[in-house]
Design a protein around this ligand. Structure first.
Ligand code: FAD
Length: 487
């Protein structure tokens, strides 16, 4: 049945795409069977590589007629299985949409295609003194289309906002191939904010084919302060103290002992390997303002009990201090055959307690955890180390991960900060939302894609699934975790 469908599609796609833009053999499809979270895999029916909007329109219309599911794909760096195909689906790669269409200095915007790499935008406008602020650690590879679909964040999002705050316009294609323009050159259009709705919609509502991003002037200077702690909870408190002091860092990141050791061995950033935790706090702005704030940051860290404080003296030192943090994921990847990257947010006041509980569970589950996170945003990334080849270890890891996310919700946070729900966090969505909220999500999906062909089975769980799990909506006070009663 699927084979017939595949043959029919191939023959009809021949009128839309050149042969090189249509991948159908198993060895060609393999690279597209997963995204950055490789435990979930599914071979796509076909992979399509269009390069013009009209081709994408024609593909979507054809798939609508044939009732074939479509999974849009950027660079495939997602960490929740969002770009992983579902059975019988075609992967629609936007990789060839890689042009920066225009830069408007007066508006401080750039119009770009969705396959453009995040970092390539800043590189293209660097000579004009501008940059694009959201900077996921994957920015060297991930696409701006994927960033919009996941509403990605990064180190500098604490001060400058997430992707949604840095995009001014989108062109999207609906499943029936209609082109919709949202936002544009001017700020704040009337009507429902569909531009914001598309951010984090994970390829379920439309295919993004053009993006107008906001550009910012590069700050005159930036300096980063490294604070070293002999106690993780004190470091967590220091993060809260920085925010409470009214300081607005450009980035405020934290790493625990295991992450520090891994990052230092990998990137030689100058972190002390015996530290229990480090906090990196970056201040940017005018030279005078930066120097004043650096003094305030150092004072807060000192009062919070830092055992060592060091501010970067020049740009090379600043980049070196960040190199460890930026390389933390691949560095931790060297410690074990596999790691499971969690992504939950918590209120900053809960940081110390949540870290303590994760430490306890790490011992109970006999699975080491390295913590790396956007601390200023309360966005945690516990990386659980495991070996998928050991029977039962993946299941134990998933159970541990689910407990962490439940704890995030119970502490007033959320099951995802920036990596999206995808396939990975469907069950955890049942904790975050009740039947009424999920029903509204279904209504939105239905308005854009009534046949449910765009990335089906992702991001929003069915009510049936939640009911079967017997889990629903614990964040308004029922079943508080004992550890959280203090918050
Ligand atoms: C080492 C590493 C570090 C990371 N660090 C961060 C980080 O700091 N912050 C962060 O937010 N994320 C981070 N990520 C996760 C990932 O890079 C982001 O989610 C990124 O935005 C995904 O972009 P992509 O182009 O790879 O998208 P993909 O993985 O290809 O797709 C992601 C989702 O977007 C949809 N999609 C892609 N393109 C389109 C389109 N044109 N139209 C409609 N839907 C589309 C897909 O269907 C899928 O649901 C990291 C990943 C890795 C591997």
């Amino acid at each position: 049945m699927l084979r017939d469908k595949k043959e029919r599609l191939i023959s009809r796609l021949g009128a839309i795409l050149s042969p090189e833009a249509l991948l159908s053999r198993e060895e060609e499809l393999k690279p597209y069977e997963c995204d950055g979270i490789s435990v979930y895999r599914q071979l796509p029916l076909l992979v399509l590589l269009p390069e013009r909007v009209e081709q994408v329109q024609a593909i979507l219309r054809l798939c609508q007629q044939e009732q074939v599911a479509v999974v849009a794909r950027g660079a495939g760096t997602g960490l929740s299985g969002g770009a992983m195909p579902v059975e019988g689906a075609v992967v629609l790669s936007l990789a060839k949409f890689n042009r920066i269409i225009s830069v408007n200095q007066a508006n401080r915007t750039a119009v770009v295609e969705p396959g453009v790499r995040n970092l390539a935008i800043s590189e293209a406008v660097d000579h004009l003194g501008f940059y694009y602020a959201p900077d996921p650690s994957s920015q060297i590879a991930c696409s701006i289309g994927g960033n919009v679909a996941e509403n990605s964040g990064g180190v500098h999002c604490l001060k400058y906002g997430l992707t949604v705050h840095n995009v001014q316009g989108l062109k999207i294609l609906t499943m029936d191939g209609e082109l919709i323009e949202l936002g544009g050159a001017a700020l704040d259009g009337p009507g429902y904010d569909l531009l914001a709705l598309m951010h984090g919609s994970e390829g379920l509502l439309g295919v993004i084919v053009e993006i107008t991003v906001k550009l910012l002037p590069k700050p005159e200077m930036a300096r980063v302060v490294l604070a070293v702690f002999d106690d993780v909870e004190r470091a967590g408190q220091a993060v809260a103290d920085i925010i409470a002091a009214g300081i607005v860092p450009a980035g405020l990141e934290m790493m625990d002992h295991l992450a520090i050791k891994a990052a230092e061995a990998f990137a030689h950033a100058g972190y002390p390997c015996d530290a229990q935790a480090i906090v990196l706090c970056e201040i940017d702005g005018t030279e005078e303002g930066v120097q004043d704030f650096i003094v305030s940051v150092e004072q807060v860290f000192e009062a919070a009990g830092a055992v060592q404080i060091r501010a970067s003296a020049n740009e090379a030192e600043r980049l070196q201090l960040w190199a460890g943090r930026k390389a933390a994921f691949p560095a931790v990847g060297r410690l074990a055959p596999d790691y499971y990257c969690m992504d939950g947010t918590i209120p900053k006041r809960a940081l110390a307690g949540v870290l303590r509980q994760i430490g306890k569970w790490s011992e109970e589950f006999s699975l080491p955890v390295a913590n790396v996170f956007h601390a200023g945003d309360g966005n945690m990334h516990p990386l659980i180390l495991y070996d998928a080849n050991k029977p039962g270890e993946l299941e134990r890891t998933e159970a541990f991960g689910a407990k962490i996310l439940e704890l995030c919700v119970q502490s007033g946070g959320s099951i995802t900060g920036e990596h999206g729900v995808g396939i990975e966090k469907l069950d955890s969505m049942c904790l975050q939302f009740g039947a009424l909220e999920l029903t509204q999500f279904f209504a939105v999906k239905d308005a854009f894609d009534p046949d449910c062909l765009l990335n089906p089975g992702k991001a929003v769980p069915t009510l049936h699934r939640c009911a079967e799990l017997g889990r629903m909506h614990v964040h308004d006070g029922q079943l508080p975790h004992p550890e959280l009663e203090r918050f």
